[in-house]
Design a protein around this ligand. Structure first.
Ligand code: GAR
Length: 194
């Protein structure tokens, strides 16, 4: 597949960016798609360094403008086939959701609808799962709609908790699942589309 036929992915991320790194790497090897832009709300986030090392442009966003405009003009220029939220903290504004129907996906580090919603992000999710003495947790990849962690589920995978599981050890298991399945699920979505 030549460069022009590749599907285009935009990644939104707020943190370390290990999922972003995996997705970038996967598509460098597979050649079916490429990451054309990283959108980030935090100057010091690890994902910024990752994007720089991969020669991928970074768009820094500011909250008021994001809520009002979704940075739609800036984002549209890249003509994304898919927008991927990989550890992105802010709620996506309606303007973007309406412009990209069924084209925005999120990964959540629990088995939704459990342990989702506002404030349920990263380690807060794992702490709640461990505190509730759950026997299992997992990941959910889903389409994004106007509510937090609410859109249609695309994929889930499970892992089991040990009796002495900590939020930190669970986070490691969850990241392993994310790194195994997120890019593959994205590829499936992109290649099943017309
Ligand atoms: C991931 O575990 C992702 O599921 C979670 O943030 C982490 C980001 O890790 N997302 C949420 O909690 C969204 N509610 P990363 O920066 O290393 O990819």
């Amino acid at each position: 597949m030549n460069q022009d036929q590749k599907k285009k992915i935009i990644i939104f991320a707020s943190g370390a960016g290990s999922n972003a790194q995996k997705i970038i790497q996967y598509f460098k090897e597979k050649n079916t798609a490429k990451v054309v832009l990283v959108v980030c709300n935090k100057r010091g986030a690890g994902v910024v360094e990752i994007a720089k090392n991969e020669n991928i442009p970074v768009l820094f966003i500011e909250k008021n403008k994001f809520n009002e405009t979704g940075y739609l003009q800036e984002i549209k220029k890249y003509q994304p086939d898919l927008v991927v939220l990989a550890g992105f903290l802010w709620k996506v504004p309606p303007i973007l959701i309406h412009h990209f129907p069924h084209q925005i996906v999120n990964i959540h580090p629990a088995l939704l609808p459990a342990y989702g919603g506002k404030g349920m992000y990263g380690s807060a999710v794992h702490t709640a799962v461990v505190a509730a003495k759950e026997k299992e947790s997992g990941i959910t990849i889903h389409f994004v709609d106007e509510k937090y962690d609410h859109g249609e589920t695309i994929f889930q995978a499970k892992c089991f908790l040990n009796e002495n599981e900590s939020a930190e050890s669970l986070a490691v298991k969850i990241h392993q699942l994310e790194h195994e399945y997120f890019a593959k699920t994205i590829e499936k979505l992109l290649t099943e589309k017309t």
